[in-house]
Design a protein. Structure first.
Length: 439
């Protein structure tokens, strides 16, 4: 892999793309450290020293923003609004016929859906920015941390200052979205995925060093080494499962057009074991945060509110763990069902003269694809649930949480984006350095 990167830097056009991508990454991390107007930077740092990493949806947003959320910087919302907008548009494509038709139109329809995604991203950024500012003004952003200046994070609580803060964070989200598109067009890899990767990797070293500082055996080095070994084992497991796929053979019949025979080729349909990716984990985290959010804003002391605070606020409670696991399994099946249509695949195969050996074309092919997809989704969904619960189950003794880089959403994104980026660099190197059969 290091040899491939060295060869990439020796290739002039690839070197420009890599340097451009690195430049955008530097600007993104710089913007993640600049506080927005109206925020007391000193008081924020005091509260950050006393607060730990959040869990649930707030912790997920903190991870995707690279630690900029709780610091209330210009890139505090990060790419979370864009991710949410993309997921919403993808779900609506199945429900709204207009969006489904746009998806089938090819490049022009995809460009229109991308434009809708941008508009929805701005709307969600305004909504999330308003919620973050309101939470910071009320002092609830660091609730439970015991910070004495939690109510003084925003000293000036006038309407004008609030509007300026929301506009600044919304503009920051638009800039992040623009940076991601620039990387996609002029850099290496998918821009949004690269920025997501950098946001998560930004807290990697700090989280590892915190494990060492909190350790007690051999000045923390034993705990540090154990976590490293567990992390390497998990990375190997994630790479193995993410690369695993069921290849369904497809044979295309020969067709005579004039005097020429077309078709007669063999190919396959690759069905990944983890067909849903990281989406079920994001859905489950967001849904589990809703009850705690309702209790937080209602300030109710009723029986139901006390029960939710006791069982669904802390991520290490058995009820929370069980609900989190079952929601991940459910959303894995749900997302696969809406993203892969066996009937559509079967119709396309039949249209072009393709068939699965031993299976009749048409409805039997669709039923066979559904059967295979359900069988491989079970191990994929259970794998997602176990990976998401590793920080809670195995690393709790070392002071880790659900946002630890070696577990849950973070490791899935880091490994997935890393593999995809390396594959793109390798494919571009092969295009530029192909020597042929005769040297």
């Amino acid at each position: 892999m290091l040899t491939a990167f060295a060869r990439a830097f020796k290739t002039p056009d690839l070197r420009k793309k890599l340097l451009f991508t690195l430049g955008i990454i530097v600007l993104y991390r710089l913007g993640s450290q600049i506080p927005i107007p109206g925020v007391s930077y000193k008081n924020v740092q005091i509260c950050l020293d006393q607060a730990g990493s959040g869990q649930g949806l707030m912790g997920l947003m903190q991870m995707f923003s690279g630690g900029a959320l709780l610091q209330i910087t210009i890139f505090a919302l990060g790419i979370m609004p864009y991710i949410t907008a993309s997921i919403i548009l993808q779900l609506l494509t199945v429900v709204i016929p207009r969006l489904e038709n746009l998806k089938k139109e090819g490049q022009s329809g995809t460009a229109k859906i991308t434009q809708y995604t941008r508009y929805l991203t701005v709307a969600l950024a305004i909504l999330q920015g308003t919620g973050l500012v309101a939470t910071a003004r009320s002092g609830a952003l660091f609730q439970g941390s015991g910070c004495p200046v939690a109510n003084q994070i925003v000293p000036d609580q006038s309407i004008f200052t609030t509007v300026v803060m929301v506009i600044t964070m919304t503009a920051g989200t638009c800039v992040v979205m623009w940076m991601g598109e620039l990387i996609t067009d002029r850099g290496i890899g998918n821009g949004m995925s690269i920025l997501m990767f950098i946001s998560i990797a930004a807290g990697f070293v700090g989280s590892l060093w915190a494990i060492k500082l909190q350790g007690k055996i051999a000045d923390g080095w034993v705990e540090f080494g154990v976590v490293i070994l567990v992390g390497l084992a998990m990375v190997a497991l994630v790479v193995f499962v993410e690369q695993a796929q069921r290849r369904i053979p497809v044979q295309y019949a020969k067709r005579m057009i004039g005097r020429r025979a077309y078709g007669g080729t063999s190919t396959y349909i690759p069905l990944k074991v983890n067909q849903a990716g990281v989406i079920p984990v994001i859905f489950a985290s967001s849904l589990l945060y809703i009850p705690a959010l309702i209790v937080q804003f209602s300030n109710s002391q009723a029986g139901w509110a006390v029960w939710i605070q006791k069982h669904f606020v802390k991520g290490d409670h058995p009820y929370y763990i069980a609900a989190y696991f079952f929601l991940i399994v459910f959303f894995a099946f749900f997302y696969v069902a809406i993203s892969f249509n066996p009937e559509e695949v079967s119709d396309n195969m039949k249209k072009y003269g393709g068939f699965i050996p031993g299976i009749r074309a048409g409805r039997p092919t669709a039923e066979y694809l559904s059967y295979v997809l359900n069988r491989i989704t079970w191990p994929g969904s259970l794998y997602l649930g176990l990976i998401a619960l590793v920080p809670t189950m195995a690393l709790a003794g070392f002071g880790a949480n659900q946002n630890f880089p070696f577990g849950g959403t973070s490791i899935l994104i880091i490994v997935g984006v890393g593999l995809e980026t390396v594959k793109q660099i390798e494919s571009q190197l092969q295009q530029r350095n192909y020597e042929g059969f005769l040297r």
